[in-house]
Design a protein around this ligand. Structure first.
Ligand code: PLP
Length: 367
């Protein structure tokens, strides 16, 4: 018997699940987990809030209301999803027919490309270049559009570099896409790391913009899987019905925990903000001291994407894992093999020691 044509796997996800773990983990792109015991809510309130099964319907109304309120959008525009992963899948599946073209930034989060290909879309790319500080160039987008392009996809903050794209640029990209009858999807999962002031969703930048996000990366709440799409009402409705195919309903305890988390997001965000500020200083000092690395320094977020000037990144990653119990993500997973992604979301002591070990591994490979 032959295998189904829609066989799909993500080498990056397999690596992240099976090979990224190390004592000094700098491979993760999120802020380290917030255990239930540290949720800033009295335990009896947590218990009282939990219930196993909810009412039938399209989403848990208290959750949808909170997500709509914090994004400044009507509830009809919110689609709840299992993490940004499913949010991206729903957004693309609702928009793309097999053979449609989708234009995705390069480099990017590999799952965006895999998901589009899985849906039968033809994937085209537009470049974001190190030499241009990884910026999005609306003219490069315009040049790469064709009459068959239905969707343009970017991440903001950018994975793997952490670079933020200004609203004016995204608005220009949305306009260029709109002239071509295409939409713009902005994956904003890392935008939650812009704290002072909080960033506004790109959803507001144009009628053809949709966005995805979640509480997973920045708040240490990955296990709650609280993701969402913001989309115009008719498109949002299409996604809700599409989601019937994937799961009849969400895990209700997770919906309730998401509501609790959103109601107490202030202290949870403060934990992340303080940790990232401390860890960013460590990363800055580390990069300042290295002549063998060249990096665009992102102002926000959880990651950076240095270029290794003096050797082979694969060898560096191997040496780091085997000799220093430390991990970073090899750039080959982002189609940029001379780079590696370093994450600063772990506890400050772990990041400090991980960077020290990274320095030793680099020294060991010096030519
Ligand atoms: C850009 C981007 N989008 C989505 C995801 C998946 O997010 P979630 O854990 O919310 O499904 C990731 C995870 O690394 C990511 O980097």
């Amino acid at each position: 018997m032959s295998a189904p044509r829609r066989d799909s796997r993500s080498p990056y996800m397999e690596w992240a699940k099976l090979h990224a773990h190390a004592r000094y983990g700098l491979a993760a792109s999120g802020v380290g987990s917030l255990p239930l015991s540290e949720l800033p809510v009295p335990p009896e309130e947590v218990l009282a809030a939990l219930e196993i099964t909810g009412e039938p319907g399209y989403g848990y109304p208290p959750l949808i209301e909170r997500l709509a309120a914090r994004s400044g959008v009507p509830t009809e525009c919110v689609v709840c999803a299992t993490g940004t992963s499913m949010a991206n899948h729903l957004a693309m599946a609702a928009l793309l027919d097999p053979g449609d073209e989708v234009l995705i930034e390069q480099p990017t989060y590999e799952l965006l490309v895999s998901a589009a290909r899985y849906l039968g879309a033809e994937v085209r790319r537009f470049p974001r270049r190190f030499e241009d500080a990884w910026s999005v160039d609306p003219e490069a987008v315009e040049r790469a559009l064709t009459p068959r392009t239905r969707l343009v996809v970017v991440t903001n903050l950018h994975n793997p570099t952490g670079v933020r794209t200004p609203d004016e640029v995204l608005a220009r990209v949305a306009a260029v896409a709109g002239e071509n009858d295409a939409r713009l999807l902005v994956d904003e999962v890392y935008l939650e790391a812009c704290f002072d002031p909080a960033a506004r969703s790109a959803f507001h930048l144009g009628p053809n913009v949709l966005t995805t996000s979640s509480l997973t990366k920045v708040y240490g709440l990955s296990g709650v899987r609280c993701g969402w799409v913001l989309a115009p009402p008719a498109l949002a409705e299409r996604m809700r019905h599409l989601d019937d195919l994937y799961g009849a309903s969400a895990a209700h305890p997770a919906e309730r925990l998401s509501v609790l988390a959103l109601d107490h997001l202030g202290p949870i965000a403060e934990r992340a903000r303080a940790r990232l500020a401390a860890n960013r200083s460590l990363l800055e000092a580390f990069l300042d001291a290295r002549r063998d690395l060249e990096a665009v320094r992102p102002e926000h977020g959880t990651i950076a994407f240095p270029r290794f000037l003096d050797g082979d990144v694969e060898e560096l990653c191997r040496s780091l894992r085997e000799r220093y119990d430390t991990s970073v993500v090899p750039g080959r997973f982002f189609e940029a093999p001379d780079h590696f992604r370093v994450g600063i979301g772990a506890e400050t002591e772990v990041v400090a020691e991980g960077l020290r070990r990274l320095g030793r591994a680099l020294d060991g490979l010096a030519r």
